[in-house]
Design a protein around this ligand. Structure first.
Ligand SMILES: [Zn+2]
Length: 667
């Protein structure tokens, strides 16, 4: 083949492959290759297209800024398009970016605003007169998906901007991220529930924010970080990126503190290295720093190249990936009996951390990624969570690799495993399975739950092995003489553990509920439940419908909770724990700004539906009445308020707008 034909064939191939990868990434939240591999292919295609511009196909992935819109969501047009940022892959490229700016602007000194490059889902929030009216994904940069109800559930997103002289209309650009710890818990929960797991925190954030049922989003502890604006009508716009950030923070967006004004490229490099060194300690994933010319007018002057502003660059960190071999695949049994495969790796140093295991989650994941025992694979880690296998390097296969299949008997107790229809998980159905009990115990004693200091997995393992402990309540019946029989225990250490057990007896009700290990109930839901049911036995035989009235509780959670508390075995265990002196401490109201106040909501409100307003009031300790009476403290009235407004005036009850209501309690 002539060189030109080869180029053409390669261009076609790359276009198809990248479109396929995009589809897996954006539509299915299940990437097939690492970001680095993707970038490499994309750059190759860009180079070919630059050489032969007429060959570029209409569906070329180089022409897209983001993902196409999912059909299930209403479409929403951004007032000002959301652009993408060009990358700098190393110090030389960063330096070249600076030199080009110096030359074209004709300035000798340029200040930069350097900030974190959050690895999440880009969003555009529109505020009218300070009120959040729309939250949308970036989509293709021009049209996104309307995810407003989901955005409202994110706790650090202000529903109403604080301060005076707000723009009439302002678009806030930012990133929705899932903290690494929440990601890990979510995947564990997905595993246990037999549902699809997420490849990384970014995919989990995207998957969580694009839920058709916003109560699922609410349960996911997402965060949003704002870093730019789009449309801006009325009020004066700051002249520098650094001032713009301060403005965003003063309006109520979370000030994470990770940004710096850098005088020139040397200081940018220092910021980059500082952040790289702290990357593992952050509780969310980042993949670089974004460097913007601080003066917005200079940035504007530089213009755009293929829908990317030339006044900023994403200075990327090298991916935390490494190639290694899978020596074996082992099976773990989780606390609800789910069998989970784990890859045992040839230990490899991935950017400063030695990695020996990687999560494989379930059989479906193994089959989808076509992983065999003995394969060479690309592994990737994020924060300190267990690493993931990104992809298999099939070129390195020798023919000696073996297929892995989850066993049909439980490796812990030998029971025949079962697969529930519609779930990907395979479970051990034995309620007294030692592995399940052990996992349940580890969960029970953990931090943020019963918090029993000094009771690590090894001690628990021994206690289970010798038959002293099967259920959490057994822990509180332990005597010094029991512990002295265990390896490594002396009188002093035994007494120390007994003291720790004694000290754990007054947990917060929410911590106690969390410790029970009810499926789908993590820290946040446990706290919502405890708020409503500080006396735990009140939950015995609770009806699903009553649970649905609780903030953040949706159908799936209600079913799981009701089922858990209807089981005699669980009731018995909880009663036993209580009789042994465990005294859960009643949940205190976390935000009671509106405590005791009675509101009635009427008319058409802008930006929030009436049920949303009611929910908002109740979440802050207020009550919502259905009709106006002498007991009503405030009437919240929107457009076309009818008889209720007349009644309120008649009784001299204060009438307030939605804005005034939101101002009564922040956040
Ligand atoms: Zn078992």
């Amino acid at each position: 083949m002539a060189k030109k034909d080869k180029d053409h064939a390669r261009l076609e191939e790359l276009t198809d492959r990248l479109n396929e990868l995009n589809d897996a990434y954006y539509q299915k939240d299940a990437p097939l290759v690492s970001d680095a591999e993707y970038d490499l292919l994309l750059r190759e295609l860009e180079a070919l297209e630059a050489k032969h511009p007429t060959w570029r196909r209409g569906d070329s992935p180089t022409q897209r800024v983001g993902s196409p819109v999912l059909s299930a969501f209403e479409k929403v047009a951004h007032r000002v398009p959301m652009l993408s940022i060009l990358n700098s892959m190393n110090e030389a490229e960063m330096q070249a970016f600076h030199e080009r700016a110096v030359k074209e602007l004709g300035k000798t000194k340029i200040d930069y605003l350097a900030e974190l490059k959050f690895d999440g889902l880009s969003v555009n929030l529109t505020y009218e007169d300070g009120l959040l009216v729309t939250g949308a994904t970036r989509g293709d940069g021009t049209i996104g998906e309307n995810i407003t109800p989901n955005v409202r559930t994110i706790r650090n997103v202000p529903l109403r901007l604080k301060g005076k002289n707000l723009p009439k209309i302002v678009e806030i650009r930012g990133e929705i991220v899932l903290p690494v710890k929440a990601f890990q818990e979510l995947n564990k929960d997905q595993e246990e529930s037999g549902e699809k797991v997420f490849a990384n925190p970014r995919n989990a954030a995207a998957g969580s924010a694009r839920q058709l049922d916003s109560s699922i989003t609410a349960g996911r502890d997402l965060k949003m970080f704002a870093y730019a604006t789009g449309a801006w009508e009325g009020a004066k716009r700051p002249g520098r990126q650094s001032e713009l950030l301060d403005q965003l923070f003063s309006w109520g967006f979370e000030a994470h503190g990770f940004h710096r004004v850098c005088e020139g490229p040397e200081e940018v490099q220092k910021f980059y290295e500082d952040i790289a060194a702290r990357r593992d300690g952050l509780d969310f994933d980042i993949d670089g720093v974004v460097v913007k010319i601080d003066r917005l007018d200079w940035s504007e002057e530089l213009g755009y190249v293929s829908r990317s502003p030339r006044g900023m660059t994403a200075y990327k960190f090298p991916p935390r990936q490494q190639v290694t071999q899978i020596n074996d695949i082992q099976v773990q049994v989780g606390r609800t009996g789910v069998l989970t495969p784990v890859a045992i790796l040839e230990p490899v140093n991935v950017h400063g951390v030695v990695v020996g295991r990687a999560a494989l989650h379930n059989q479906e994941e193994i089959d989808r990624k076509e992983i065999l025992i003995g394969d060479w694979v690309l592994v990737q880690r994020a924060g300190d969570v267990i690493p993931e296998v990104v992809s298999v390097i099939k070129e390195r296969r020798t023919g000696k690799e073996r297929r892995f299949l989850l066993p049909d008997i439980c490796p812990s107790c030998g029971f025949k495993t079962v697969k529930v229809e519609g779930e990907v998980a395979i479970r051990c159905p034995n309620e007294e399975c030692p592995a399940q009990n052990l996992e349940g115990l580890e969960h029970f004693v953990g931090k943020g739950r019963m918090n029993i200091i000094g009771l690590g997995p090894r001690i628990l393992e021994q206690l289970v092995e010798v038959g002293l402990v099967r259920h959490p309540s057994d822990l509180y019946s332990l005597h010094e003489s029991d512990l002295l029989k265990l390896e490594g225990f002396k009188e002093k250490s035994a007494q120390k553990l007994l003291n720790a057990l004694e000290k754990s007896k007054q947990p917060k009700a929410s911590a106690f509920l969390n410790a029970l290990g009810i499926r789908h109930v993590g820290e946040r839901l446990a706290s919502s439940l405890a708020h409503k049911y500080p006396n735990i036995p009140d939950l015995f035989n609770v009806a699903e419908e009553s649970l649905l009235n609780i903030e953040d509780v949706g159908g799936v959670v209600a079913k799981s909770v009701a089922e858990y508390f209807s089981r005699e075995k669980n009731q018995r265990e909880i009663s036993k724990l209580l009789s042994l002196g465990i005294t859960p401490q009643g949940a205190k109201k976390t935000s009671a700004d509106l405590a005791g106040k009675v509101f009635v909501v009427t008319g058409t409100l802008t930006g929030m539906s009436r049920p949303q307003v009611s929910e908002w009031i109740e979440a802050r300790g207020g009550k919502v009445g259905s009709s106006v009476s002498k007991k009503t403290d405030y009437l919240v009235a929107g457009e076309e308020a009818g008889s209720k407004l007349d009644k309120a005036r008649e009784l001299s009850i204060p009438v307030i707008t939605l804005e005034e209501l939101l101002a009564m309690a922040e956040g």
